[in-house]
Design a protein around this ligand. Structure first.
Ligand code: PMP
Length: 361
């Protein structure tokens, strides 16, 4: 990496590919001969329209999103989708299924409970969120308007190893794994993700939504929280997060140049394997996540000793490996190795782990 940049293992906002930042910098002051920055353009201008249309096209191509789905570019983060999904769908039957496999799915269920009855269809809390419940264990409510789950649990470092099969449409929080591997979009009713991990800067939330879902916003639903309104106006009821959308376009160009999501998945698996192999070989570090459910994006581990963990994190920083502290709710370490983390950064971390351990034997 150039520009004296460090390997940043933050869970999000996270690294953005250097090439993307360089291109954004080169276009910052005068985009495509327009004489102004994308940040300064009217969202209703011809120039900006060309940008947003092309970003949507690229995302559709890369994720293979059929025409029967809308792609929305919203604000409010993934957290706003916790409310928006419930506000638009729960009223159909007054209840929805939630699988609780970590903090964000729990938060999503708490938000939904403000609007109807939440059925906890499954939870892995009994074993500190170290696993993903099996399909046969899901206690589905036959009346549920939808089934909500979080594909990759950013804080605990676990990931669903299958897509649940349910009568009700799937609503999926993919914040920390979108664009990391191919997914079959047709299996989902709604996919949503905050951009700040694999897609670009914070402030943009991408929502992929099947058009024929029975949306039921009421007269009291805030207009910006209505999917039908956002679908109708193509995310342009008000000013969308224009610069974030543009930057997503640059990230998508970078993904395509690398060979698309199949190639991305290979790279990501290779990166994760380096760290998990190191952890499996280690006597000092351990990960709490059972093997089949280990996240490819967020690798969590600890020495089991808070002071030693701190030494590790402080020492890593001196090596240019930053933000390795675990989420404040769980402590320990977390290496978030999203798409933009180069494999060199992961190798450097694994080597540092080995050295740190050897020095303490
Ligand atoms: N869901 C998941 C899986 C997350 O990782 C996060 C953020 N780390 C959120 C939801 C919340 O996202 P936001 O801050 O964009 O609301």
């Amino acid at each position: 990496m150039g520009h004296d940049r460090v390997y940043n293992f933050s869970a999000g906002p996270a690294m953005i590919p250097e090439k993307v930042l360089e291109r954004a910098a080169s276009e910052l002051l005068n985009y495509g001969g327009s004489g102004c920055s994308v940040m300064e353009m009217s969202h209703r201008s011809k120039e900006y329209d060309a940008i947003i249309v092309s970003v949507e096209e690229k995302l559709r191509r890369i994720m293979d999103i059929p025409d029967s789905y809308s792609v929305l570019f919203l604000q409010g983060g993934a957290t706003m989708q916790f409310s928006m999904a419930a506000l638009n769908l729960m009223g159909n039957t007054g209840c929805a299924d939630y699988a609780i496999t970590g903090q964000f799915s729990k938060k999503a269920s708490e938000e939904a409970a403000k609007f109807g009855k939440v059925n906890i269809a499954a939870s892995s809390k009994d074993k500190n969120f170290s696993y993903i419940p099996r399909q046969s264990e899901l206690k589905l409510d036959p009346n549920a308007s939808y089934f909500h789950f979080c594909m990759n649990n950013t804080i605990y470092g676990s990931k669903w190893d299958y897509i649940p099969e349910t009568e009700a449409p799937l609503v999926c929080d993919m914040s920390s794994c979108i664009l990391s591997e191919p997914v079959d979009v047709t299996k989902f009713g709604i996919i949503y993700a905050g951009a700040q991990k694999n897609m670009g800067p914070a402030g943009l939330t991408v929502v992929i939504v099947r058009n024929d879902l029975p949306f039921c916003p009421t007269d009291n639903t805030p207009i910006l929280l209505s999917y039908p309104e956002m679908i109708k106006t193509r995310s342009m009821h008000n000013t969308p997060p224009t610069y974030g959308i543009y930057l997503l376009g640059l990230v998508l160009d970078w993904v395509e140049e690398l060979g698309g999501l199949a190639e991305m998945e290979k790279l990501n698996r290779a990166k994760a394997e380096i760290l998990y192999n190191r952890l499996d070989a280690s006597k000092l570090f351990k990960t709490g996540i059972e093997k089949p459910y280990r996240s490819v994006m967020n690798v969590t581990f600890t020495t089991g000793d808070e002071a030693l963990d701190k030494q590790f994190i402080d020492g890593a920083k001196k090596e240019g490996l930053i933000t390795l502290g675990g989420h404040r709710a769980v402590g320990g370490m977390r290496a978030s190795i999203y798409n933009a983390m180069p494999i060199e950064g992961v190798k450097k971390l694994a080597a540092y782990m080995e050295k740190f351990e050897a020095e303490r034997q």
